[in-house]
Write a new protein. Structure first.
Length: 213
């Protein structure tokens, strides 16, 4: 009997840990996030961010032709100073949703980061020889921002202005700087997009149901 009790307690705690809501969802947004309309937008958004992430390698290949600039290279860290000289801002930091980093805050950071990368890509687009893949990527980012703003409107505690596109002024005196700017923007977008995918996954209630089943 004692053996059964000892076995039951860890199993119960594990099941409880899986089903426990995120801190923010306990403090007021639970019903909004669990709403079927909100969940539909989450699913659309997850599909869009996956589409964006899958398209980045081909987009990089189409517009970055400098052999030393590889998408998934440990050498990218050495370009930090050049990124600063060109004027490429860092992406916003996305954290695990909590009482101090709410659903609304997370969605705002997602929007700000995606719009930052839209601005960066639009800045280099006129200087690129092959624009088609970048143009397609920009359209997908725009669609995702639209969906995130729809979620924001549902969870906002009070009416506020939606995040606006970041203003960027890149210093691109030559072709090499254009190549580096396009390269670093896609590298950063890939990393930020992975964070967005994780954040959206945490809002997906069907994902929790799959984990529990």
């Amino acid at each position: 009997m004692n053996t059964l009790i000892v076995f039951f307690i860890p199993c119960y705690m594990a099941a409880f840990a899986r089903s426990a809501p995120l801190p923010e969802l306990r403090t007021g947004s639970s019903a909004l996030v669990e709403d079927s309309g909100f969940q539909k937008i989450v699913h659309i958004s997850r599909s869009l961010i996956q589409k964006i992430l899958l398209s980045i390698p081909d987009t990089h290949k189409s517009c970055v032709h400098t052999a030393t600039l590889q998408l998934n290279s440990s050498e990218n860290a050495k370009l930090e100073i050049m990124a600063s000289n060109i004027g490429i801002p860092s992406a916003p930091v996305l954290k695990v949703i909590s009482d101090n980093f709410t659903v609304e805050t997370s969605l705002r950071k997602m929007s700000e980061g995606l719009q930052l990368h839209r601005s960066l890509l639009n800045s280099v687009l006129p200087r690129l020889d092959h624009k088609d893949k970048v143009t397609e990527l920009l359209a997908d980012i725009k669609d995702l921002v639209f969906q995130i703003h729809k979620m924001l409107r549902k969870v906002q505690t009070e009416p506020t202005m939606q995040p606006t596109p970041a203003s960027v002024d890149l210093h691109l005196p030559g072709e090499y700087e254009v190549q580096v700017a396009a390269h670093l923007t896609l590298v950063q977008l890939q990393s930020f997009g992975q964070d967005v995918a994780r954040s959206l996954r945490s809002l997906d209630q069907s994902n929790e149901e799959e984990t529990e089943s």
